[in-house]
Design a protein around this ligand. Structure first.
Ligand code: UDP
Length: 476
């Protein structure tokens, strides 16, 4: 990538402390530095340990590029949080009945950063601040020092536009029962949803009030930076830019900038498998014969559901890599008797954290069972993989619609919030995504999108150009 001819832009990035937000923020910082900017990532002491290694590796490979960390204090106990809790992972890895309440408390506690942010902005005067959507107070902090604040949602145009149309028209209030489907008014494509697929917090609850603050701060911000590329969702990019955001720039997909081995494995937590062993296993399999199953960095299932996934994968007869998140110390009661012995040739179970991009990009991988987190979807698209969609929470139900109905590159397993999926459904969806005429058509479509994804970030591509115009505008 070429260095920018413009004055060196100094950009600050402030991601929410969850892996699904920190991973793209790190990619974003690397992207801006590759284009000649000075990048500074703001985070807490424990999260800095996660980010430091990939930053050092990036700087070693690119000694002339500038990317640094600035560490903010986050006194958990003083804020009424458990000691050492600086990332949502703290709660989702040790789930208990309080998890929802504690995560909300964690969200609210981040306002503690405001003073530290103001001091830093006052002394360093960066050209702009790209702060996470979950930091609504960041707009006001930046405004005090005339620093433009941009919002990073971490999701795509389709779900942002869907959320907007639902908020404005409230179609869920005009239906007789929560299971009755409705068309989302105004949204291109006649997309149909049911009430339980709507994002939590679109209501009068405390979370709802917090989300109102989030939106108000976005309206007052200088615009939105979107991890997507135009060719993936053109109708929704146009809709969003026309009706929803003041300004928006798409600069993704960010994950494709990670081309080397180190870049691909050093994302988020430390992997709980030897990457070389994983590659060796994949090398031993036929092209496109493995399905990768992962539900992201937060979601986890009860034992009864895990047993069904195991049985469904086994019945499908396909090779698989399955990433399982369980609470530390949980007994392994989630595998059918003798499962690992029976599938030892065909299946690999990763307990904890997988080198996801490395696996998705391997030629032996032919499909992806995903919870529809936006990073995972972009990573799957960039790897040219058809998907089995299994949304669990948040905007994942919207992303599923994009994958299955708009792009037609996925098969829905039929998941509902808090719902249960039988082994038969797992088996059917996995078979359907890998084999048959429709599977081939889906594969063809997603491979084209993968090419477009790579082209978008190359010189002259749509995301390359959008980033250029951002840099030009804010360097001056
Ligand atoms: N990820 C990973 N290994 C894992 C689980 C997740 O590398 O075992 C990465 C994945 O590649 C993605 C991010 O974590 O970049 C998860 O983000 P996503 O938006 O897909 O879901 P979330 O975790 O926010 O629900």
């Amino acid at each position: 990538m070429s260095n920018s001819p413009h004055r060196k832009l100094h950009v600050m990035f402030f991601p929410f402390m969850a892996h699904g937000h920190m991973i793209p923020a790190l990619d974003l910082a690397k992207l801006f530095s590759s284009r000649g900017a000075k990048s500074t990532i703001l985070t807490t002491p424990l999260n800095s340990k996660i980010l430091q290694k990939p930053i050092d590796a990036f700087k070693n490979r690119n000694p002339s590029l500038q990317i640094d960390l600035e560490i903010f204090d986050f006194p958990c106990v003083q804020l009424g949080l458990p000691e050492g809790c600086e990332n949502v992972d703290f709660f989702t890895s040790n789930r208990n009945s309080d998890v929802g309440y504690m995560i909300f408390k964690f969200f609210k506690s981040t306002k503690f950063f405001k003073d530290q942010l103001e001091k830093l902005l006052e002394t360093t005067r960066p050209d702009c601040l790209i702060a996470d959507m979950f930091f609504p107070w960041a707009t006001e902090a930046a405004e005090k020092f005339q620093v433009p604040r941009f919002v990073f949602h971490g999701t795509g145009y389709f779900s942002l536009s869907t959320g907007y149309c639902i908020r404005v028209h409230q179609p869920q209030k005009r239906i007789a029962s929560s299971s009755e489907p409705f068309v989302i008014p105004d949204l291109p494509g006649d997309i149909v949803l049911t009430q339980d697929q709507i994002i939590d917090g679109e209501d009068e609850s405390e979370m709802g009030k917090f989300m109102t603050e989030v939106r108000e701060s976005e309206v007052k911000s200088s615009g939105v930076v979107v991890n997507s590329f135009y060719e993936l969702e053109p109708d929704y990019a146009d809709f969003y830019k026309r009706f929803v955001a003041k300004r928006a720039w798409h600069i993704g997909p960010l994950s494709v900038l990670n081309r080397g081995f180190e870049d691909k494995v050093e994302r988020g937590k430390k992997t709980t498998i030897d990457e070389m062993e994983c590659l060796k296993w994949l090398d031993s399999k036929k092209p496109e014969s493995v399905i990768y199953v992962s539900f992201g960095s937060m979601a986890s299932f009860k034992n009864e559901q895990l047993i069904e996934i195991a049985a469904g994968l086994e019945a499908s007869g396909t090779n698989f890599i399955w990433v399982v998140r369980k609470n530390e110390g949980d007994k392994e009661e989630w595998l059918p008797n003798g499962f690992e012995e029976r599938v030892k040739e065909k299946g690999m179970i990763i307990r904890g954290w997988a080198p996801q991009v490395l696996i998705l990009d391997h030629k032996a991988t032919g499909g992806f069972v995903t919870h529809c987190g936006w990073n995972s979807i972009l990573e799957g698209v960039a790897a040219g993989l058809p998907m089995v969609t299994w949304p669990v929470e948040a905007e994942q139900f919207y992303n599923e619609k994009l994958v299955t109905e708009v792009l037609r590159i996925g098969v829905s397993v039929g998941a509902r919030r808090e719902g249960f999926i039988s082994r038969e459904k797992v088996e059917k969806a996995v078979r359907e995504v890998l084999v048959g005429e429709e599977a081939e058509e889906r594969q063809g479509r997603v491979k084209k999108l993968a090419e477009m994804a790579k082209a978008a970030v190359e010189e002259g591509g749509s995301s390359f150009n959008d980033l250029n115009s951002f840099i030009e505008e804010f360097s001056s």
